[in-house]
Design a protein around this ligand. Structure first.
Ligand code: PLP
Length: 408
């Protein structure tokens, strides 16, 4: 296990905000010094475009950019760095997959099998794909607490033409780690592909795409200690080869002719038109290395430890309702009885605690758990049990009057 005080010292946001308790890393994480240094170095030492300059600084930045594919491949245990497509984040990656299913991989009446825990970024693109292909969407029946039942899932394949299974690795509200290896095995047995939203899983859980055998995995740099503006679509090479880009322009084409013919470059470059978020990719490179140095097994264990610690402390409070007592990956959804989530969040803000309230972009989840708004505390490697203790003391003393006063 790593030394959390040493880790905290790597994060300027922690050093500069001594009194802030930041429990909103699920929205975006803090960044360690080395990530910020990579961005600063780019802008101060070798600011230039990639793949376009025949001079040293451009050659050097192009190499670091391209080498980041190898870092990310190592991070998720992909064999082939060409399977790492850079994007602007999870939303862009998830859209690229759904777009291709809508246009190329689905036929009329095929079925997209998904769930009601999805973040908007992993369901709205599939609504569009359904429309484009005249396909159908079906929802896997989850347990009432949104945990996964493999038996009910397998039953969904009976007499249905399911072509793709779309799920998150970790629900951004419930924090469960879904059994993706089993889910993928069953999907493949029935001839369906699997696209996983890794936005909340990749930062917290050791991912091995070879072992999981998923066909697509999308994630964002900014939730895994890297900068915003960069992200990844991992895809199996033979599938990426069959896909078309959503955008056309510079750097992704080998040739084009005045009759309109475009000869695209190979995977992954064909998906990366235009100047990308270079500093984002360079920062993501350092973030992935930092996480690998901490050890993703340790990151996962520490996340589980903080989650359990918080839930166990909350369970002793009469004024709290917890919605995901079995959460594993640093996400706790709860409410204070009789207090609107946003009012409580505003009061906690006054007490120096930053956390999120609302539906967390998972607007269909209320159909499963029967709650429309929750408070959501999310942890990362720099959070501590002392912060949790301080927060629990605040929760203990929270009343509806204090919450209402804080918003007046
Ligand atoms: N999927 C999940 C589960 C998320 O939690 C988020 C962001 O909160 C996204 C997708 C979208 O990520 P981004 O905004 O980085 O594209």
């Amino acid at each position: 296990m790593f030394d959390v005080n040493k880790v905290r010292n790597d994060f300027p946001m922690i050093r500069n905000n001594k009194d802030l308790i930041y429990f909103d890393s699920g929205a975006t994480s803090f960044k360690p010094d080395r990530v910020i240094k990579a961005i600063m170095d780019y802008y101060t030492l070798y600011n230039s475009n990639i793949h376009r300059g025949d001079y040293d600084i451009s050659i050097s930045v192009s190499k670091t950019y391209d080498d980041t594919r190898k870092t990310i491949a190592r991070f998720i245990n992909a064999d082939d760095p060409r399977c790492i497509v850079f994007s602007s984040g999870s939303t862009a990656s998830l859209n690229l997959v759904a777009y291709n299913f809508g246009r190329n991989f689905l036929k009329e009446c095929d079925v997209i099998l998904t769930s009601q825990v999805e973040h908007a970024s992993n369901i709205l693109p599939w609504f569009k794909a359904r429309e484009e292909a005249k396909a159908n969407i079906e929802y896997i029946p989850l347990n009432p607490d949104a945990t996964f039942d493999l038996k009910k899932y397998e039953e969904c394949f009976k007499d249905k033409n399911i072509k793709v299974v779309v799920l998150p690795y970790v629900s951004n509200v419930m924090g469960y780690i879904y059994p993706i290896k089993e889910i993928t095995r069953i999907a493949h047995e029935h001839g369906a592909l699997v696209s996983i939203d890794g936005a909340q899983g990749v930062p917290h859980v050791k991912i091995d795409v070879k072992d999981l055998d998923v066909d697509f995995l999308s994630f964002s740099s900014h939730k895994m200690l890297g900068p915003a503006g960069a992200g990844v679509l991992y895809g199996k090479y033979e599938l990426l080869e069959k896909m078309e880009p959503m955008m056309y322009g510079g750097d992704s084409n080998a040739r084009f002719y005045n009759d309109g013919t475009i000869i695209l470059k190979n995977v992954p470059e064909k998906f990366e038109s235009g100047t990308p978020c270079i500093e984002g990719v360079l920062g993501m490179n350092e973030a992935a290395k930092y996480l690998m140095e901490l050890g993703m097994e340790n990151v996962e264990e520490y996340g589980r430890y903080l989650t359990r610690y918080f839930i166990d402390r909350l369970k002793n409070l009469d004024n709290v309702e917890i919605y995901n007592p079995e959460s594993e990956a640093g996400i706790v959804a709860f409410n204070l009885k009789g207090i609107f989530a946003q009012d409580a969040a505003s009061y906690f803000n006054k007490c120096g605690v930053a956390l999120r309230s609302g539906n967390h972009c998972a607007k269909l989840l209320q159909n499963v758990i029967n709650v429309t708004e929750t408070l959501r505390a999310t942890f990362n490697v720099y959070n501590t049990t002392e912060e949790i203790d301080r927060f629990v003391d605040i929760i203990k003393d929270t009343t509806i009057e204090k919450c209402v006063d804080s918003i007046l």
